[in-house]
Design a protein. Structure first.
Length: 369
């Protein structure tokens, strides 16, 4: 079976699987400009921190193409003026991309990585720069899948046979370049032949669990049950859940985690009932510049996402609603962080520093940067 493809680059435009219409319809949105990318991120055509980071990289590539096509005054003798204007335009494009979803740090990571690449190309011609940026975006895409598979392999060691796993929101192929973080762990355990069952909560208000996670699990034949968000405590307390696995949108330097709204109460329930609570995420989701979860900006989305669904009213007209997209789970409630570099049990500030040092040492040894 061909894997789920949420992001497809065809050489001239980016095709994004429109997650607003799943599971009813598999429809792709074509993005040819930076503005197209920004709109798709804002409107959650594409969602999930790693997927947003990959999409942002291609967004800057499209912005670079737009700039080069519009730079009609460019001539070889004007090359000294081209690069400063180009870099300024791309930095502005990067800032506008970062503003679309402020909580997901992978968005900033993807933008900053491409901008860093641009700054290293000061001696190149525009065609050469565009080629380098396309190669970089493709590399970010490929790396995401490879990293997710490493996370899956590490995480699968925590999953026993006949486990029932509870997951929240969608941290699967749809939230990444095509494999998944939390669902990547579940996939890996399933591929190893372990008998597992997944409880996916519906994840109000965007219903990522009922529309997306269950859709992914069914496609791959992984046994699953859909439950309402409020039923999680019932099943955890009954002893039917062996562990909980979620993804992350930003991880602070002390191990606090920002993830989809509703994650924090699940962690509290897990702690109360002695159920392991795992967070699966790539290191690109770690933000060592943020000392704790208190410093993480939590995105507030439109109240209509709560009061309506696909244009249909769900509440009385005129009612006021608050709609935070994320909450913060303190590190003390997290049993382990699962990254591509291994499993970090009981994360705290010192252990996060050790993880960052390990990552830096591995990069130096591999020549990456």
């Amino acid at each position: 079976m061909e894997g789920i493809q949420p992001i497809i680059w065809n050489g001239t435009s980016l095709q994004l699987l429109d997650q607003r219409f799943l599971p009813d319809e598999e429809r792709y949105v074509e993005c040819r400009t930076l503005e197209d990318i920004q709109e798709c991120i804002k409107k959650m055509v594409v969602r999930g921190a790693p997927a947003i980071g990959v999409t942002a990289a291609y967004g800057l590539l499209l912005a670079a193409r737009q700039f080069c096509e519009g730079y009609t005054q460019y001539k070889k003798e004007d090359s000294a003026s081209f690069m400063p204007e180009f870099l300024n335009a791309l930095e502005s494009a990067g800032s506008s991309l970062k503003a679309t979803r402020p909580t997901a740090v992978n968005l900033s990571w993807g933008v900053d990585r491409v901008l860093s690449k641009i700054r290293s190309l000061s001696e190149c011609t525009p065609p050469a720069i565009l080629k380098e940026l396309e190669d970089e975006a493709r590399l970010i895409f490929k790396e995401d899948i490879a990293v997710n598979k490493k996370i899956g392999a590490w995480g699968a060691t925590l999953i026993g046979d006949n486990y029932t796993i509870l997951t929240h929101c969608n941290a699967g192929a749809l939230a990444t370049a095509g494999y998944g973080t939390a669902l990547g762990v579940i996939r890996s355990a399933f591929y190893q032949g372990k008998k597992i069952t997944v409880y996916a909560d519906e994840t109000r208000p965007f219903l990522q669990g009922s529309r997306l996670t269950v859709w992914e699990l069914q496609k791959e034949g992984i046994p699953c049950f859909l439950i309402v968000d409020a039923a999680a405590g019932y099943y955890i307390n009954k002893g039917e859940v062996n562990c909980i696995i979620v993804g992350a949108d930003r991880i602070a330097a002390n191990g606090d985690v920002a993830n989809k709204i509703g994650t924090y109460p699940l962690a509290v329930l897990a702690k109360e009932n002695d159920v392991p609570f795992y967070v699966a995420a790539p290191f690109s989701t770690v933000d060592m510049s943020v000392s704790s979860g208190k410093e993480i900006i939590v995105e507030e989305r439109e109240p209509e996402e709560i009061t309506t669904f696909r244009g249909l009213p769900l509440s009385p007209q005129g009612v006021k609603a608050k709609n935070p997209a994320f909450d913060i789970t303190p590190a003390k409630l997290i049993s382990a962080l699962i990254t591509e570099y291994g499993i970090l049990h009981s994360p705290n500030e010192e252990k996060m520093k050790q993880l960052a040092r390990k990552r830096g040492e591995l990069f130096e040894c591999s020549g990456e940067g």
